[in-house]
Design a protein around this ligand. Structure first.
Ligand SMILES: *[C@@H]1O[C@H](CO)[C@@H](O)[C@H](O)[C@H]1NC(C)=O
Ligand SMILES: *[C@@H]1O[C@H](CO)[C@@H](O)[C@H](O)[C@H]1NC(C)=O
Ligand SMILES: *[C@@H]1O[C@H](CO)[C@@H](O)[C@H](O)[C@H]1NC(C)=O
Ligand SMILES: *[C@@H]1O[C@H](CO)[C@@H](O)[C@H](O)[C@H]1NC(C)=O
Ligand SMILES: *[C@@H]1O[C@H](CO)[C@@H](O)[C@H](O)[C@H]1NC(C)=O
Ligand SMILES: *[C@@H]1O[C@H](CO)[C@@H](O)[C@H](O)[C@H]1NC(C)=O
Ligand SMILES: *[C@@H]1O[C@H](CO)[C@@H](O)[C@H](O)[C@H]1NC(C)=O
Ligand SMILES: *[C@@H]1O[C@H](CO)[C@@H](O)[C@H](O)[C@H]1NC(C)=O
Ligand SMILES: *[C@@H]1O[C@H](CO)[C@@H](O)[C@H](O)[C@H]1NC(C)=O
Ligand SMILES: *[C@@H]1O[C@H](CO)[C@@H](O)[C@H](O)[C@H]1NC(C)=O
Ligand SMILES: *[C@@H]1O[C@H](CO)[C@@H](O)[C@H](O)[C@H]1NC(C)=O
Length: 238
């Protein structure tokens, strides 16, 4: 029975790069939809174009986060949604501290066969290059339909601060996309870079500003170190 279901849902099989400590117990539930329902009420939403609808027919790059309850000193467990159009990958990035110069990038992707896969990467904010990141992510869900990629994932122990005084839920959110060649990620292009947002404040998105829409990728010099990516594949949990 499980095998039958797996064959029926080949486009939503999950592939997780080495280094992603993924708990795939939620992978069996592909019946999720990403909508604006709950924005500013149960989740903080950011998107480009502004206020676009991820459930609509237009092109819309959308991210949301529910910051959960802080559990010091272990940070916050945050649940994310990400939706967009790409024949390669879409990604949500978090910058905890701009002076560190990198962001954590959570990547939802499809290969040329339309199979979903998930990766975590470190992005150099200066030159946009990506390197593999070992970060625990749980409850990964993903689905692909044509150019549409939608995913959900939960990141435990997020803490933007290494000081007691600073806000530990304040991150800059980046939304962007890129190409996939085989199992490797191509250059990342950011489409939206917010100002610092308190992710625990469901209406803090009002201060978002769009990144320049062109030119970003021209400055990147991606040296992709991810030569062996998909060594592990996980079928749905029974
Ligand atoms: C990833 O990190 C975890 C704990 O932080 C560690 O146990 C594991 O060995 C690491 N995996 C890789 C591939 O580095
Ligand atoms: C998601 O949307 C599809 C199509 O609109 C609908 O059939 C399905 O019931 C929805 N699933 C959930 C969990 O809301
Ligand atoms: C912030 O989210 C609210 C609620 O969804 C939305 O109405 C508003 O347009 C969003 N603001 C921006 C700048 O995205
Ligand atoms: C983008 O994805 C949406 C579904 O989220 C789909 O309806 C739409 O046709 C796609 N747009 C393009 C240009 O592929
Ligand atoms: C975040 O880290 C700082 C410094 O280690 C600590 O003081 C603070 O309690 C942490 N916050 C949470 C929610 O764990
Ligand atoms: C895409 O991934 C699926 C599942 O691993 C695999 O069967 C297929 O060969 C891959 N396609 C390409 C072009 O890599
Ligand atoms: C980011 O890239 C720039 C230019 O290649 C380099 O000078 C810098 O050291 C890199 N930063 C990090 C944190 O790796
Ligand atoms: C895939 O997208 C097409 C049009 O964008 C839509 O008609 C179809 O219902 C979608 N399929 C699923 C399984 O959501
Ligand atoms: C940001 O990083 C710098 C340099 O590592 C550090 O001095 C500063 O305390 C950090 N800020 C926060 C809010 O953690
Ligand atoms: C949440 O963010 C909005 C927009 O920046 C701000 O007006 C509001 O005061 C914030 N609420 C809290 C409780 O910090
Ligand atoms: C990635 O960016 C570099 C530097 O701008 C460029 O040389 C390379 O062709 C780009 N790769 C792709 C696949 O676009």
């Amino acid at each position: 029975m499980e095998q039958t279901l797996i064959l029926l849902f080949t486009t939503v099989m999950l592939f997780v790069a080495p280094g992603v400590n993924a708990d795939l117990s939620f992978a069996a539930n592909q019946q999720f939809n990403i909508t604006r329902t709950g924005c500013a009420v149960t989740k903080l939403c950011v998107s480009t174009p502004d206020s676009c609808d991820p459930a609509g027919n237009g092109v819309c790059l959308f991210g949301s986060v529910n910051a959960g309850t802080p559990s010091p000193p272990n940070g916050n467990q945050m649940a994310f949604e990400l939706s967009g159009n790409s024949s390669g990958f879409i990604a949500l990035g978090l910058i905890a501290n701009a002076s560190v110069g990198t962001s954590m990038l959570f990547v939802c992707a499809q290969n040329s066969s339309g199979s979903f896969f998930f990766q975590t990467q470190t992005r150099n904010n200066t030159d946009n290059t990506l390197t593999s990141l070992n970060r625990t992510v749980t409850q990964i869900q993903g689905k692909v339909n044509g150019s549409s990629i939608q995913c959900g994932f939960t990141v435990p122990n997020l803490n933007a601060s290494n000081t007691r005084s600073a806000s530990d839920t304040t991150f800059i959110i980046i939304l962007g996309s890129g190409t996939v060649n085989g199992n490797s990620l191509g250059n990342f292009t950011a489409s939206l870079t917010t100002g610092p947002l308190n992710l625990a404040n469901l209406t803090s998105n009002t201060s978002t500003t769009a990144a320049p829409s062109s030119g970003t990728n021209l400055h990147s010099h991606a040296v992709l170190l991810l030569l062996s990516v998909l060594t592990l594949s996980f079928l749905k949990a029974a």
